[in-house]
Design a protein around this ligand. Structure first.
Ligand code: ZN
Length: 88
């Protein structure tokens, strides 16, 4: 997961939900189950929890963390990053 994503409003507002990110291993505590030791693998392509099996892409993790639909998560990300959804 890039620094750009970690600096995003949606993550800063909920910083406590993603803790103990190890940039060496890409492992962090999973926000989707009661995780005492980092079980969640994060990279720029996907996330995967070795404990509870949660998996998906950046839209999926935002949707699950903030209880949004995929469409709502996409809207939140495009707003946070100032990404245009207009073609071209
Ligand atoms: Zn998990």
């Amino acid at each position: 997961m890039s620094n750009l994503i970690l600096q995003s409003t949606i993550f800063l507002e909920n910083k406590s939900r993603i803790t103990q990110i190890s940039y060496h291993s890409g492992m962090t505590c999973c926000p989707f189950h009661h995780d005492k030791h980092p079980s969640l693998k994060l990279n720029e392509e996907y996330f995967f929890c070795f404990s509870c099996g949660a998996t998906g892409d950046v839209i999926g993790i935002v949707a699950r963390m903030f209880d949004l639909s995929g469409y709502e998560a996409t809207q939140a990300l495009t707003a946070d990053f100032g990404i245009s959804t207009e073609p071209g």
